[in-house]
Structures are given as C-alpha cells and as structure tokens.
Design a binder for this molecule. Sequence first.
Ligand SMILES: Nc1nc2c(ncn2[C@@H]2O[C@H](COP(=O)(O)OP(=O)(O)OP(=O)(O)O)[C@@H](O)[C@H]2O)c(=O)[nH]1
Ligand SMILES: [Mg+2]
Length: 386
Amino acid sequence: MKKGNVLVIGNSGVGKSTLINAILNEEVAHTSPIERGTEIMTRYENDSCPFGLIDTFGFEPEKKGSVIDLFKKAKAIDLVKKWTKDVVDSQLEGDPNQINVIWYCIDGNSSRLFKKNVDDFIQATSDWKSVPIIVVITKSYIAEDRENNIQMIENSFADQKRKHTRICAVVSKPNDAQSGLSELVQATMELMPDGLIGAANDIKQMRLAQKRVKAHALVADALVPAIATSLNPFGKSNISDAQVLTAAETGLLFGIAKVYDIQQEGTLDSMKKMYENAQALVGPAKLAAELIHKLGIPFGKLVINAIVTSCVMLAIGEGSVYIFEKIYLGEKSIEDMDWIKNSINSEFAKESTDFVSALSRSISSQTKLSDLPKILLTLGEEILKK
Ligand SMILES: Nc1nc2c(ncn2[C@@H]2O[C@H](COP(=O)(O)OP(=O)(O)OP(=O)(O)O)[C@@H](O)[C@H]2O)c(=O)[nH]1
Ligand SMILES: [Mg+2]
C-alpha cells in the first residue's frame, strides 16, 4: 500500500535524524553531535512506520547572529525549499500532494530562539501552505520546561497566518528513556488522508511488540545480577524473608514503565507497594521452601533466595507488561487502581506457581549450586518468550 509522507524540518542539530531513527526503530539516518549531520535529503520508510519520513538538511543554528550566519541561514532555507521540490520530483513521482504532514522540530532547550525559528520555518515551507504542521519539541526531558515551551510556541505562531495543528514533545535518543514517540505517530496518523491510514492498527500492534521486546530485555538483564547476588553465601541479602522490593526490582518496575511512556510516579509507588503485598500474599518463599524440602536439596536458604528473586522479577516483568499494554491500548485507565491491584496479585500467583513447577522438573538433589543460575535463567527466559 502506498504510504503518506512526513517532511521533517528544523534547525541543524535539533535531532531530526535521531527522531527518524527512533520512529523507524532502526539506525538509518546519519546523526552527528558536532557538525552538520545530514547532507542529502532522503526519504526513509520501513514496516515499523505507517508513513515515509523525509529527512532534511537543517537550517543553520543561529550562533552569533553575524552577517555570515544570517547569509548561511538564508541559503539553507533556499536549499530546503529547492530540495523538497527535488525530492517530490525524484522520489514522490512529481506529486506534491504526497507531502501530507510537516514535522517542524524545535530543540526544547533553545526556547529563546523560537520566534525567529518560526519565521524561518514558515519561509522554508511556503510552497506547502496547505500541509498540516505538527511542532515537535525535541530533547524534551523536563515536564515544567515542556509547559513553557508549548506556551512559547503558541505565542510564536500567534502572529502568523500559517497555523500549526499540534504540538508534541519527544525524547528520541536511543539510550535515554524515549518518550512521546507513540503520541507523535498517532497524531500524524490522524492528519493523514483516509486512503493512507489503512495499516494504522497494525502499526500500533507493531509498536506494542517492539515495546514488549524492550521490556522483556530489561527483565532478562535484571535477572542475571539478581540471581548471582541472591546466591552469594557471603552477601547480606536475605531476600526470602524480605517483603520490600530490592533496588534492582524497583528499578525494573520503573524501567518498564518508561518503555510504555508511563510517568505517574504516584501510581508507580503504589504499584511497588502492591508488588510487595502480593509477594507476602502469594508467598513464593513458601513455594520454594516446599520444593527444596520435597527434593531434598542442600544449601536451602540460598536456593530459596534465588527462586524468590526469580519469581519477583518475572512477576514484575510480566505483570507490568500486561498492565501497561492495556493502558497503552486505551483499554484500561491508569486511575483504575483496583484493576491494577488484582492484575498484580493474579500475575504474581501465576508466575510463582508456573516458575516453581517448571523448576521442579529441572532440578534435583544432585543439582550443583554452581549450575543453579543457568537453570533459573533458562527457565526465566522461557517464561518471557511464551
Ligand atoms: N540527549 C538527547 N540528545 C539528542 C536527542 N535527539 C537528538 N540528540 C542529539 O543531538 C545531536 C544532533 O542530532 P541529529 O539527529 O544529527 O540532528 P539533525 O537535526 O538531524 O541535524 P542536521 O542533520 O545537521 O540538520 C546528536 O548528538 C543527537 O544524539 C534527544 O532526544 N536527547
Ligand atoms: Mg540530520
């Protein structure tokens, strides 16, 4: 199916190419921290995204406002205008109606320049007067700044004839907790003409699958050191008796929340307590103790610690993914604490019993303590893959 296109525009270095890579979930566009990153305008597309993305040569960021800088900027604006036409001719079969949405990217840390930037932008896109604009605030980490930035953008557009349709704030750097990307895709889909949005639902499912992979990778990464610590006979941890989450367990919950763009700290703190209560209620320690008693396994306490640690990590992983997915899909509300609590309790019970019963088939009184981490990890990974 033919896809619509987004023209991505803004000053050099604001993060246009980084944003494109984040949306496509692939490192395709060249990015650079110092010099100009993008030299050639290119259209990118893959199955992760319901529209094509056209990366542009950024306008010069205004450094000192010198004559040379202003000249360079004017040239860049002309270049963008000319190149957009070239892209239409060469890559979009000469059909200018194929640019369906413009993302105008502004660096969230340069609010001082917003007004001037908007003038440049309007000039550069004067050939695309009827194309809807989404203003994208990039590198947007701080909620308070975001509010101010949105206000300043509204003010900057207030005197313009040309109007923007939406403002979205994003963080797109791969190693940071990315945020706002799903909302941006959703907002863009809403602006695409009808014939070009056929695959919208599939895309949501695809992004969901990507998020699930990321969340499960976090659980797998957290399991290794947690199991090692719990099996250390000289370690101070006494996890089997503990009913508070360890730092690693809490970190995992917050990490998964970030994958799903969930930022309500109050809710996350409540969820942490719910996991602690569920742990007490379901008693993975009791299940583990019964198992090692039945099998006559030595090193009882350490093994119980390791089993409980694995159960808690898996319950946080699977439980949080289940809950956050429903919220992400709009099927459930983050305000619905009773539902969250019930989900946590039932996931905890399910993960603990599944894990302990799978374990009962993999260990025996002959199992060496040194083999246990591998056995626990393999079982954990199998559960995550299911
Ligand atoms: N911390 C942080 N850095 C970012 C983010 N997005 C982009 N960057 C960084 O900003 C720098 C410039 O990013 P690019 O994506 O190359 O910027 P661009 O707008 O494509 O620049 P040109 O191609 O020159 O027009 C790179 O060092 C990126 O890593 C973000 O969300 N957070
Ligand atoms: Mg670039």
